[in-house]
Design a binder for this molecule. Structure first.
Ligand SMILES: Cc1ncc(COP(=O)(O)O)c(C=O)c1O
Length: 376
């Protein structure tokens, strides 16, 4: 945290409730602890070593980062156990080797050729890299196909490669974000567990140790740990939550910690108001959820209540403008301030140099987003 005085924020700025942040961290940790599952939060949501430290102090075993540049920032800040659930390419071998000198690092692989390249890098360097095999549980992004006839053979060959320490299996049920009901969400989590434990059983039957089964997403977090066999969960978004998580039932608005404070800069027509937070603040991400969630965020007129104005819809975002449809009798005037609950907190954070932590009295403290923009 910065110690030097900084000017009060100008809008638009992201404000984070310190109390809700702490509550979200504590609740997710309790959920994991009671289920006997290790929690390894994904730090891409906050990109802040300060918040990562809060998660570790609460009981997390380490963190995840998406990219090596993020991991380098967290390693510089003294975080010593980092997992990259990302298919890091061996062209980055120099950076992985440098990180291995100072932290416990693990990555995922989903390709025998790539794993073999990593094996070569590590044996030449006399080092060992922890790897988990990524399994595609229905998101159809990265991962080995669990239904492929040779999948067990492929993983078995990866598991014995020299220079690699095969830790187990890892999945991310990103399709949970498109679930249309709580039942569909539960079915996605259950299927993920079935696939992962089934594959682990097949590997163990071949004598291959599968020490870890790591799953992770915020929408499925409350569902996954109760399932037998999972050893680790990696939710990220839960530290802040957002409008999408409210839409998916993972949180209520009262759990949401991050809002954008914005100013009305124009009221050019009776049914239109313009805010100073466009796609360079809120991003263009749409909200998802079980019901219809039109617009680029929910607008709150009061600074301290958790009830959005349902009649105000952010219909459009240009880079620096949010175009809102408002009731013709809306009292909003240029200069008025509102709060916006963003659709997707993780991408908003990445656009911000700093978050403003608000204590219970509303006093603000700047919190640098140290790994902001670290996408390489
Ligand atoms: C591989 C992986 N693990 C974990 C997470 C965390 O999931 P969530 O953003 O739902 O908290 C993500 C999110 O993108 C991810 O890609």
């Amino acid at each position: 945290m910065e110690n030097t005085p900084v000017p009060l924020p100008r809008t638009p700025y992201p404000v984070v409730s310190a109390q809700r942040l702490a509550g979200n961290i504590a609740r997710m940790q309790a959920l994991a602890t009671h289920a006997g599952v290790r929690l390894r939060p994904h730090a891409k949501t906050h990109k802040s070593p300060v918040i990562a430290r809060m998660q570790l102090d609460a009981g997390a075993v380490g963190i995840c980062c998406a990219k090596l540049a993020e991991a380098e920032v967290f390693a510089d800040a003294g975080i010593t156990d980092i997992r990259l659930p990302y298919p890091v390419n061996p062209s980055n071998a120099d950076r992985v080797l440098a990180l291995l000198d100072r932290i416990t690092l693990s990555i995922i692989v989903d390709d025998l050729d790539v794993a073999t390249q990593w094996s070569g890098v590590m044996t030449r360097a006399g080092k060992t890299l922890g790897v988990l095999v990524k399994v595609d549980v229905g998101f159809h992004r990265c991962g080995v196909d669990p239904d492929a006839p040779d999948v067990v053979e492929t993983i078995a060959r990866i598991a014995v490669l020299p220079g690699l320490s095969f830790r187990g299996l890892l999945s991310h049920a990103g399709q949970s974000y498109t679930a249309e009901s709580p039942y569909a969400l539960a079915a996605i989590a259950a299927r993920e567990t079935d696939i992962m434990t089934g594959l682990a059983a097949a590997l163990r039957a071949r004598g291959i140790a599968v020490d870890e089964i790591s799953v992770g997403s915020t929408p499925t977090a409350a569902l996954a740990p109760s399932q037998h066999g999972i050893t680790e969960m990696r939710p990220g978004n839960y530290v802040f939550f957002d409008r999408t998580q409210v839409g998916l039932g993972s949180a209520t608005i009262a759990h949401c910690a991050l809002f954008v404070v914005a100013t009305v800069v124009s009221r050019p027509a009776p049914d239109r108001a313009i805010l100073d937070c466009g796609s360079k603040t809120l991003t263009s991400d749409g909200a998802r959820g079980f019901g219809a969630t039109p617009g680029f965020g929910s607008v709150f007129l009061s600074s301290d209540e958790d009830v959005p104005d349902p009649a105000i819809v952010i219909e459009r975002v240009s880079e620096e403008h949010a175009t809102c449809r408002v009731p013709v009798d809306s009292p909003l005037r240029p200069g008025d301030r509102v709060r916006v609950l963003p659709n997707h907190a993780c991408t908003v954070t990445n656009l911000m140099d700093r978050l403003w932590l608000a204590d219970e009295r509303g006093a603000l403290t700047p919190l640098p987003v140290a790994a902001r923009g670290r996408i390489w």
